[in-house]
Design a binder for this molecule. Structure first.
Ligand SMILES: [Zn+2]
Length: 85
């Protein structure tokens, strides 16, 4: 039985981000969030992305591929992460 694909209600997923070395200056767009908590960005998607080192949520309710080109510095442990999907 095939599921009806009309109304997409995607299951929520949690994806661990990939820890990378600090990018050389002006090679990547690095988002450094310094506010309260650890979530740097929220959107309308179904994926939560967590720090590859400490597991803190960095991107909440985002879409796959939405932040593919960006690097996020974890506000908790300070490592640099990129999104694997
Ligand atoms: Zn972290």
């Amino acid at each position: 039985m095939a599921k009806k694909a009309g109304k997409k209600r995607q299951a929520r997923r949690t994806v661990r981000m990939v820890v990378i070395p600090e990018p050389a200056p002006n090679t990547r767009s690095v988002i450094v969030y310094m506010g309260p908590g650890t979530v740097a960005m929220r959107s309308q998607g179904n994926v939560t992305m967590t720090c590859g080192n400490c597991g803190s949520p960095i991107l909440e309710s985002v879409k796959v591929g939405q932040f593919r080109s960006l690097v996020f510095r974890c506000n908790k442990c300070g490592v640099f992460n990129e999104t694997p999907i």
